[in-house]
Ligand binder design. Structure first.
Ligand SMILES: [Zn+2]
Length: 359
């Protein structure tokens, strides 16, 4: 297996836990499948659809912050995200970091810590030996200093400088690397994952300029990644410094669209995208009571491949019944009874689950 694919699988397990809607009755839901408890159905012939983005959201949105030298990342930017239930990707050039504690706190709050190279060089100008040095030193710095960090899925090229060689080497260390400018499509090749597009927030800070790519992602069902540098609580403005009030305008614009966006870190979005393209769901029925679904991804490794959201159409007879999702004789989750024709659910990749409706 290529280093990229292997590394991807290791992180995927940490990023995504399988599950669906909240349990509406945890005591009752402990009962696993028995034929006499399950609602029978007849004539079911539908297939299952993997969602483009988690929870069947129309598009994905990520927000990132560049450079380890900017204390506003943890003093100002991250608290504003947390107040809105959002998480960011913080791109750290690690060479100059002496105090890891603020970054550890960001990681502990669920933000992503990503590599921005070791010494913030123009990677497009480096030879292979120098590239490996930049990638490996930064990655090992992060892994050695951040407790609980198992992988570093994301990278951002300093100053956007990359080359074909630099992008190929990036994928030996990371699952995705940010380089170009613009909005990403829903489907990216591995090569495209080495140059994920982002939209930099630079002057003039007419915030509608940064709402346009957000809307474009919604229209295309794609993935938009907006990145900032310093956010100023003192309302200062500069080439890489945006006043806090305008940063808030942007976050609020995204937040009120959270029903349409999957708010994901760069690592989560790239991992989902990769797993989605590698997975072919297989649905069969059993005993006229069970929908058996296997999320087959032969090129991804076993239990480390994370989970994907799927849309399943209910058999007619299942309407208004709670639906149990069961893995190896254990309840993964229960979906509340409703009259809807279909439901969305996270299923683990490379596992076989049973879905059945409780009488
Ligand atoms: Zn930078």
């Amino acid at each position: 297996m290529k280093p990229f694919a292997r590394a991807l699988l290791i992180v995927a397990s940490g990023l995504m836990a399988a599950g669906c809607d909240k349990e509406e009755n945890p005591v009752k839901s402990q009962v696993t499948y028995q034929a006499d408890l399950a609602v029978p159905f007849a004539g079911y012939s539908d297939s299952v659809r993997v969602c483009a983005w988690k929870d069947d959201k129309r598009a994905a949105y990520s927000v990132a912050f560049d450079d380890a030298t900017r204390s506003s990342h943890y003093l100002v930017s991250a608290p504003e995200l947390e107040a809105r239930g959002m998480r960011g990707t913080f791109n750290l050039n690690t060479k100059g970091i002496t105090d890891w504690e603020p970054w550890q706190k960001l990681f502990d709050k669920g933000h992503e810590l990503a590599s921005h190279s070791w010494s913030h060089l123009r990677m497009g100008d480096l030879d292979e030996i120098a590239l490996h040095r930049e990638f490996s030193l930064a990655k090992s710095d992060l892994l050695n200093h951040i407790k609980g960090l198992k992988e570093v899925p994301s990278f951002t090229f300093p100053m956007g400088s990359s080359s074909a060689l630099a992008r190929a080497v990036a994928l030996q260390y990371h699952h995705s690397a940010r380089a170009g400018s613009g909005v990403n499509a829903a489907v990216l090749t591995q090569e495209e994952l080495s140059r994920v597009k982002g939209v930099g927030v630079y002057p003039p800070y007419d915030m509608s300029r940064f709402e346009a790519p957000v809307n474009e992602a919604l229209e295309r069902g794609g993935w938009v990644l907006i990145y900032f540098h310093t956010v100023s609580a003192a309302e200062e403005s500069g080439d890489t410094t945006i006043p806090l009030s305008l940063y808030r305008v942007h976050l609020d614009y995204v937040k009120i669209r959270a029903d349409q966006f999957w708010l994901a870190t760069q690592g989560e979005a790239a991992t989902y995208l990769y797993a989605r393209e590698a997975t072919e769901p297989q649905l069969t029925t059993r005993e006229e009571r069970i929908l058996q679904i296997t999320m087959a991804a032969p090129n991804l490794r076993g239990e480390e491949a994370g989970s994907l959201s799927v849309v399943v159409r209910k058999p007619e007879e299942w309407r208004d019944h709670a639906i149990v999702v069961e893995l190896d004789g254990a309840i993964l989750t229960t979906i509340a009874a409703s009259p809807s024709e279909q439901f969305v659910c996270d299923l683990p990749v490379n596992k076989t689950v049973w879905l059945w409706a409780r009488k």
